[in-house]
Design a protein around this ligand. Sequence first.
Ligand code: PMT
Length: 401
Amino acid sequence: MPHDDPLHGARIVLGVCGSIASYKAADIASKLTQAGADVDVVLTDSAQKFVAPLTFRALTGRPVFTDMYDPQSPLAEEHVALARAASAMLIAPASATTLARLAHGMADNMVALTALATTAPVLVAPAMDAQMWAHAATQANVALLRGRGVIFVGPAEGRLASGHMGLGRLVETDVVLGALRQTLGASGDLAGRRVVVSAGGTHEPLDPVRFIGNRSSGKMGFAIAEAARDRGAQVALVCGPVALATPYGVSRIDVRTTDDMASAIGHATNGCDALIMAAAPADFRPAAVADQKIKRTGASLSLELVPNADIIGGLQGGFVKVGFAAETEQVNANASGKIAKKGLDLIVANDVTAPQAGFGHDTNRVTLIGADGRIDELPLLSKYDVGHRILDRVVAILASR
Ligand code: PMT
């Protein structure tokens, strides 16, 4: 069974250029190593003025390359060995000078040489002053490189070394890792497929200040979206109000109420291959929404709630329909009942009272129940791994059609 995370076992060449952001490359090297990648770090001369090779050696447990003329270097024999072995090359931070070198096919240092010699995907995360990034020369190099298939990750808006705010900041490590995962997973078993995922709870307004909601954090849906992205899918993520960063490469549609979610999912599922409804849309909303904040009078307040539409139950279409069942008792029986009721191909039953499972946790313990009766009872897993197990079943259903 191939490991779920595309970074696991991948050979990543990490090229580091001279920039105040060079220190962030250490965090990237560390996170890549923790994800199971073999990281070969290559430093330019100017990078070494900001960060020492030993830092990367300690983080990756592997030799660090700085000088292609070093007779002691493991690459003395075959200076393109890194390039040939790479699953992908990431240059982070990438300086304006390195962009110019790459654009003109120069090979006068290890980073440029490896980028020129590799046939693996090359990702570039620029970091420089805003004016340098905006300069016509830099932008011409960027356009040339993009035209050759180089993948640019950032730069981001934010505070720059100069103290000014602007576009030129190195993107966060999670963004870089997401871009690598998407790139490495692009030819996965969901390549060419469009997957819609819903996540989070909804807010059903009571007055301009108050709403009825639930404890869904969105983590389950966001994890499924990442897993689908990492298998090559084009992913649309429809989410209620949640405090989570959008996974790299995933298109996010924010909604508030169940009604909003229903219409957003109705649009997003046009022509899609699969819908995975991990969201917790409210089944009820207040019958009346007060125009002004409801005042305390000391007396009790009764609320009339009216039913919301059943989103997944009301959807027609040739796509694979995966629902969740948030249960607190007789989990599998209650979940199985929803398969026919909502016209599902698969339901993910989770006991939301189980320890370390359900709302807000990074893990979940679920049972996958197919319309064909096939049951997979899964152990406690990360929500990302749960996402992959669900997608394994989606791939099998698609293949059977
Ligand atoms: O977001 P997290 O904090 O990570 O928590 C994850 C989770 C517990 C929310 C998730 O694992 C989960 O169980 N999601 C489903 C919650 C839910 O609404 O379950 P349900 O049994 O009430 O609904 C059954 C199915 O119908 C679900 O797929 C739900 O998305 C869908 N539904 C529900 C209500 C509604 N009005 N329309 C729907 O389509």
